[in-house]
Design a protein around this ligand. Structure first.
Ligand code: SAH
Ligand code: SF4
Length: 341
């Protein structure tokens, strides 16, 4: 049996034609799936009973089962979902002044093994399917309070989105399609640890925002905390960002996790300024979010401020990410996809 939520519009066109149906059937099914959030094939009431029965022989509509929801004192909600194969992933709803951002996971685990990341330290299981990515959005919608609406989607949960390129791209297509989930591509952001060839590809394939986790300004430090840097070192990554097509947007986002005594000195900040020269970017400073067993510490407030000031004085827009949901281990890099022991 195949999950219909795994089909993009062109793929549904192929599917209905292979079943001897007219193309408008694809449009109907697509609308039912992604705009009207149909929970099953029987809900698609304007499709003939006979064709629904035919579909049900091979297809179904599958979602995620929410196992647990944790609500932080700041309103952040982290939820744990069950995948069909028994795997578990986490997603987070983050309220801010005028937005409600959904942070989705793109893989169960992550193979890149960044040392400061709980997901990275717990290993890799598999890529999520497009149906599962869509399932995270629908699961989140089911948790919303009266009057709430998700305004932004960030691919910043568990996993490296660009290691799951095809499914992520198909998800983005459905997410940003007016006939699909209908999010503006300005409100969707893909965060990557720096997979150079995939970044170049994404620049051609999609219009969404790009965020890059830089986290260090020298190869020495970066390779130590992010093994992927040995494959795609800083000069290649920076050159890729310099030439990344902005599609009319102002800038890309550079993320920098501040680790005490590892990458948080004023000298590091100055090196970062030098490295980023000529790149249109804003900088997200993320003071390290601790998790059980972590080998790093969060720098003191003073350090964080001083680091940010160097960047600001150099003309950069900076944003220091508050640790939303830290009390429920829902902040950046703290997702693990298991029940907390
Ligand atoms: N794999 C992608 C997206 C998921 S990680 C990436 O690396 O960009 C999302 C962000 O969380 C990244 O910027 C990462 O550097 C940051 N992060 C990971 N672990 C963290 C931690 N313990 N504290 C603060 N930020 C962390
Ligand atoms: Fe993977 Fe991103 Fe965590 Fe690195 S920071 S291990 S790339 S999820």
């Amino acid at each position: 049996m195949k999950n219909l939520r795994d089909f993009t519009y062109p793929e549904l066109l192929g599917l209905v034609s292979s079943l001897g149906e007219r193309p408008y059937r694809a449009e109907q099914i697509y609308g039912w799936l992604f705009r009207r959030h149909a929970p099953d094939i029987d809900s698609m009431t304007d499709i003939s009973k006979a064709f629904r029965e035919r579909l049900k022989e091979e297809f179904y509509v599958g979602g995620l089962k929410i196992l647990d929801v944790k609500k932080s004192s700041d309103g952040t909600r982290k939820f744990l979902s069950l995948l069909e194969d028994g795997g578990r992933i986490e997603s987070v709803l983050i309220p801010e002044q005028d937005r409600l951002t959904l942070c989705v996971s793109t893989q169960a685990g992550c193979a890149l093994g960044c040392r400061f990341c709980m997901t990275g330290m717990s290993g890799f299981t598999r890529n999520l399917t497009m149906a599962e990515l869509v399932g995270e959005v629908f699961a989140a919608i089911s948790l919303l309070d009266e009057g709430e609406r998700i305004t932004n989607v960030v691919l910043m949960g568990m996993g490296e989105p660009l290691s799951n390129y095809d499914n992520v791209l198909r998800f983005i297509q459905v997410l940003t399609d007016g006939k699909g989930l209908g999010f503006s591509h300005n409100r969707v952001t893909v965060s990557t640890a720096g997979l150079v060839p995939a970044i170049i590809r994404l620049g051609k394939d999609a219009l969404v925002n790009l965020a890059v986790s830089l986290n260090a300004a020298t190869d020495d430090v970066r390779s130590r905390i992010m093994p992927i840097n040995r494959k795609y070192p800083l000069d290649e990554l920076i050159e890729t960002l310099r030439t990344y097509p902005l599609h009319g947007k102002k800038n890309i986002t550079v993320e920098y996790v501040l680790l005490k005594n590892v990458n948080d000195t004023l000298e590091d900040a100055r090196r970062l300024v030098k490295l980023l020269r000529g790149i249109n970017c804003k900088i997200n400073i993320i003071p390290f979010n601790p998790f059980p067993g972590a080998a790093f510490e969060r720098p003191e407030e003073q350090r964080v401020l001083a680091f940010g000031k160097v960047l600001q004085d150099a003309g950069y827009n900076i944003f220091t990410r508050q640790s939303k949901g830290a009390d429920i281990l829902a902040a950046c890099g703290q997702l693990k996809g298991r029940y907390e022991e």
